[in-house]
Design a protein around this ligand. Sequence first.
Ligand code: NAD
Ligand code: DAU
Length: 359
Amino acid sequence: MTILITGGAGFIGSNFALDWLAQSDESIVNLDKLTYAGNLETLAGLRGDARHTFVKGDIGDAELVKSVLAKHQPRAIVNFAAESHVDRSIHSPEDFIQTNIVGTFRLLEVARAFWSHLEGNVKKGFRFLHVSTDEVYGSLTAGEPAFGETHRYEPNSPYSASKAASDHLVRAYHHTYGLPVLTTNCSNNYGPYHFPEKLIPLMIVNALAGKSLPVYGDGLQVRDWLYVKDHCSAIRRVLEAGRVGEVYNVGGWNEKPNIEIVHTVCALLDELRPKADGKPYKEQITTVKDRPGHDRRYAIDASKLESELGWRPAETFESGIRKTVKWYLANPDWVANVQSGAYRDWVSRQYDLVDATQG
Ligand code: NAD
Ligand code: DAU
């Protein structure tokens, strides 16, 4: 048995692959385009592991995806692949439309053709799980209830609009063609291998480098933070037992304003890696211009996932953020590689080798 994951060299997909293979002998085929956000070094521990096959490629490349499905006959597809950074979508939305909308559409088309030729229990058991975001629901005011699965879609950035479009396509492929889909909409993740353009890893690496810690606007925007391994366990659970055609919201029951997150990171660094001059890291915090169209508050109501499938996060924010800061302190080489551009050179030299040994 095997599953196909897409975007499995990125932050969440790579954590998913590592966790999956730590708990199961079911193999993974990992299709990733290796954009700036994809990092084969994250998967270095799987090099030479016959259960992991890496394929460099685009979810929008129908011929490639078709051949991967024909060769590996996965029982499920888990679609992580996306352009994921809101700020990049504001500066340059084109890639978001191409990957998140057109790419998901092409993947669905190929998956539909593959699934329609399956038979019996293999066909019955096939699943297409689409990994999505709480940002499709838009922004909440301070007193409003958290997002449930039936909350209206009101995406506000090119990123969230592209993810909303992909969710609708996934829904339509179930409603129209009967493709056995599942969709998860998750809140903000944090943890190991998080690319340092996102809030938490950026604050850690900037703090350690003595750089400023840029807080957008008043810093009172609220996000609902979930440790990445809890997101991975939720996806495993939905894949295992989720009802076909259903949407499951995933969240940490952990709303916090950005400024509090930054203060927590600074306090942990003060404890774990005090500055030579004895000054607190919080002195590096600066306020910068706000993100255009910045959503004020996200909050997820994950009670459906708990009542139907018995999932709850294992980490508290306190335990998860401590593990995360410690991981970044222990892995300066990973950080240096993704930051320096050396990583990209390394990929162009090495990915053929990885394909050949693992593909
Ligand atoms: P990421 O940016 O870290 O990784 C994305 C991965 O997809 C990269 O490895 C990249 O190379 C790959 N990719 C991009 N375009 C591709 C294409 N056309 N074909 C194949 N691969 C491609 O993203 P992430 O944070 O790991 O997010 C993964 C998924 O989870 C996304 O769909 C995102 O919308 C969703 N999500 C993320 C969060 C979060 O907090 N990071 C929260 C909820 C949902
Ligand atoms: O909610 C889920 C989403 O969470 C995912 O769908 C996205 O893929 C993921 O990137 C994340 O989106 P956000 O925009 O919430 O994450 P980001 O880390 O970019 O920003 C978190 C908050 O911190 C947000 O309010 C903007 C703010 N911020 C961010 C950066 C990078 C700052 O104040 N300063 C910064 O430098």
